[in-house]
Design a protein around this ligand. Structure first.
Ligand code: NAD
Ligand code: MG
Length: 395
């Protein structure tokens, strides 16, 4: 029987956080929750603390932390409540922690992920924005800290599963020709240019196959999510832009594939349920029950594939551009996208404005080589300001 693993969950109240707790609750003799964190949802974090009894609960917002602390004390809980970014780093790097689920959304997840990497933890990385923004620095921190990095994004988890066993090898040594990154195509795969202009927030927040947080759901509708994933695959698997091909596969049953030089293509399949990659990464190298039902191939009956349409969905092209340019380009793109998505959700810009805004910010930003984290954070902030200005001009 393996020893009890202590797990910190960053972004515990989000979709990935909730699914992680679901898998953990199925294995009480294997995992114990060390810390749970959230932005400001006091009631959700309180209920999770009642159920999982973590040593620490962290809220980003100070007032929310105070309210949580009062509620927990009244309930007789021994959980200690902390607040702020430094507390997120503290529970990610604490000596008693074995694994960190990095499931904060957006660039807010960067610093705690880096803290976990430097402390040599097993990192279950859902927060793809960490790699998009600071891939080189994060991978370096993983290497230097001796951390074990396991991708949670379903596509990257699939690729990890079908890659040669020694994952540190470069692709050529492993006989890998290319990575085939699958994409559902989102809810507007068949929409005309005119229809795209009139897309409502409600329509964009309805993904055909996956239940996810609002930001990634909008990213999936614009195909920016796939763009972010191309950059994520580049860093995780040391793959060049040419070695990554996006394949639209509307059923979301094949989660991605790897093509080898001998013509073999290996794929990982499963129902679209994030508990599969979460259980894989929690248990690795063992396989754990996840609660996901068996894949019913007779019911699915067919699998379709098509090329992505980058004219209708320019965000995918922008991400490939950012990858090719390198330096701080992806950080600039990522920050502009976060502002654009927020502005669309608040109905300040149209759906089709999202790529126009991002491209405009990218074209007017200064591209620099990555020297340290501070310069990337500065690029992120400057890009946000430029994106906000674009929104103000447009609305
Ligand atoms: P979500 O919006 O459902 O949850 C986000 C979590 O982060 C919440 O717990 C929230 O409290 C916390 N949070 C938000 N802003 C924060 C801040 N500034 N500081 C600290 N905490 C903050 O998001 P999600 O869908 O669970 O996605 C989380 C991450 O996982 C994203 O990076 C996403 O791209 C990635 N991911 C999600 C899925 C999915 O199926 N949901 C799949 C692949 C990858
Ligand atoms: Mg994905």
């Amino acid at each position: 029987m393996p020893s009890l693993q202590q797990v910190t969950i960053l972004g515990a109240t989000g979709t990935i956080g909730v699914n992680t707790l679901d898998v953990i609750s199925q294995h009480p003799h294997r995992f114990e929750v060390f810390a749970l964190t959230a932005n400001q949802n006091v009631d959700a974090l309180f209920n999770q603390c009642q159920k999982f009894n973590p040593r620490y609960a962290v809220m980003l917002q100070e007032q929310a932390a105070e309210r949580l602390s009062v509620k927990l004390k009244q309930a007789g809980s021994a959980t200690e409540v902390l607040n702020g970014l430094s507390a997120l780093e503290f529970v990610s790097a604490h000596k008693d922690v074995d694994a960190v689920m990095a499931a904060i959304v957006g660039s807010a997840g960067l610093k705690p992920s880096i803290a976990a990497a430097k402390a040599g933890k097993r990192i279950l990385l859902a927060n793809k924005e960490t790699l998009v923004m600071a891939g080189s620095l994060f991978m370096q921190a993983v290497e230097v800290g001796g951390a074990t990095l396991l991708p949670i994004d379903s596509e990257h988890n699939a690729i990890f599963q079908v890659m040669p066993h020694d994952k540190r090898k470069n692709l050529e040594d492993g006989g890998v020709k290319k990575i085939l990154l699958t994409a559902s195509g989102g809810p507007f795969r068949k929409a005309s240019g005119e229809e795209l202009k009139r897309v409502t927030v409600k329509q964009a927040l309805h993904h055909p196959n996956w239940v996810m947080g609002p930001k990634i759901t909008i990213d999936s509708a614009t195909l920016m999510n796939k763009g972010l994933e191309v950059i994520e695959a580049h860093w995780l698997f040391n793959a060049s832009a040419k070695q990554i091909e996006v394949v639209v596969h509307p059923q979301s049953v094949i989660h991605s594939m790897v093509e080898y030089v001998d013509g073999s293509v290996l794929a990982q399949l499963g129902n679209p349920d994030m508990r599969t990659p979460i259980a894989y990464a929690l248990g690795y190298p063992d396989r754990l029950q996840s609660g996901v039902s068996s894949l019913d191939l007779f019911k699915i009956a067919r699998l379709d594939f098509e090329a992505p349409d980058t004219l209708q969905f320019p965000c995918l092209r922008l991400a490939f551009d950012a990858l090719k340019v390198g330096g701080n380009a992806a950080a600039i793109m990522n920050a502009a996208n976060e502002i654009a998505v927020e502005a669309f959700i608040k109905e300040r810009i149209r759906f089709t404005d999202i790529p126009i805004l991002i491209e405009s910010v990218m074209e007017n930003s200064q591209i620099k080589a990555v020297t340290d984290l501070e310069m990337l954070i500065k690029s992120d902030q400057e890009s946000r300001i430029a994106a906000e200005e674009w929104v103000k001009r447009a609305s």
